[in-house]
Design a protein around this ligand. Structure first.
Ligand SMILES: [Zn+2]
Length: 325
């Protein structure tokens, strides 16, 4: 069992690397730009350079594994990234083996949403929890499910895609090709899309003024809502209701102790949570609703790094949390 793990957070914008101890201390955090447009080989080269810098400073034993949080559907057993929307040219990349070969140490890979769920249990708001639904509200909606202390990954390791469960067969089209997915209502792109529709149909002067001719983002729609723009508020209410309906389905399936919400859009929790908390009990079985609490992540910008380290510790420990009596 390792006292520490090397951890890499591979994002579309930045690569972060660090050493993380079992008690949750991040040591020697290195950040560099991903420059994803340069393609997989250049990005992998930068990951190796960032990790090598951490290794040179912290000198972990060669047996200390590296955990990596990567976007996109991937197979944690084979270590292959199938594709990644924010990383051009990434198709069927055997990332785990490439890194293991170049860094000469064991590497464990996981989807960033699934890893973040593990990170919340080991280091975050869900410490000790064995039954967790984790939702990462970012540009897209990722997440992970932990049941009986085990991460639910499915036959190919792509399971736990909580954002791509449809709550309305006649709802908006999703980036995954589906229709009415939770992501198509409550992600950063969906909220920005709704904001654009409001401006084009001249139903929100506040959003138009805040955008000032630039792109309309979820943060702008949130700001308009906080300034009292009723149409912008309605966007977040609809997103909150979509989350409430979707999460109720997961609660009925898994009877979790906790729903944890992280990701950049969680900064708009003040706008999302009222509708979510009103909707959740309406679609949850009455007997199990009292078992679940809704919490916001406190890992912030370090979610990816903690998740990557948690992937290593979870692989070593085999189970998470402590049984309730
Ligand atoms: Zn989808």
């Amino acid at each position: 069992m390792s006292d520490a793990a090397l951890a890499v957070d591979l994002g579309g914008t930045n690569i972060r690397a660090a050493l993380v101890t079992r008690d949750g201390t991040i040591r020697h955090l290195v950040t560099c730009a991903t420059l994803a447009q340069e393609g997989p080989e250049a990005v992998i080269h930068r990951i190796v350079a960032a990790v090598s810098e951490v290794v040179a400073q912290e000198r972990p034993d060669p047996s200390v594994p590296l955990g990596i949080s990567a976007p996109g559907p991937l197979n944690p057993t084979t270590g292959v990234v199938y594709f990644a929307t924010n990383l051009p040219g990434w198709y069927d990349i055997p990332l785990r083996d490439l890194l293991s070969e170049r860094l000469q140490r064991p590497v464990m890979i996981g989807n960033d949403g699934n890893n973040a769920a593990l990170g919340e249990v080991l280091f975050g708001v869900a410490k000790g929890v064995r039954h967790l639904i984790y939702l990462a509200l970012g540009t897209g909606v990722g997440g992970g499910i932990i049941a009986h202390g085990q991460l639910i990954e499915g036959t190919r390791g792509v399971g736990g895609e909580v954002g791509h469960v449809s709550i309305d067969p006649s709802g908006p089209r999703c980036h995954c090709g589906g229709i009415g997915c939770i992501e198509a209502y409550a992600s950063g792109w969906a909220i920005a899309r709704d904001g654009e529709l409001l401006v084009h149909s001249e139903r929100s002067t506040t959003i138009r003024e805040l955008a000032a001719g630039g792109p309309i983002t979820a943060a702008i729609v949130a700001e308009a809502a906080r300034r009292g723009d009723a149409s912008a508020r309605a966007v977040f209410e609809r997103a909150g209701r979509a989350l409430g309906v979707g999460l109720a389905g997961f609660v009925n399936l898994f009877n979790p102790e906790m729903i944890a919400i992280g990701g950049g859009v969680a900064a708009a929790a003040d706008l999302l949570l009222p509708a979510l908390l009103e909707t959740l009990p309406r679609y949850t079985m009455a007997q199990i609703y009292p078992d679940v609490t809704v919490q916001l992540s406190a890992l912030g910008g370090h979610t990816g790094i903690f998740g990557a380290a948690a992937r290593v510790f979870y692989a070593e420990d085999g189970a998470l949390g402590t049984a309730r009596t």
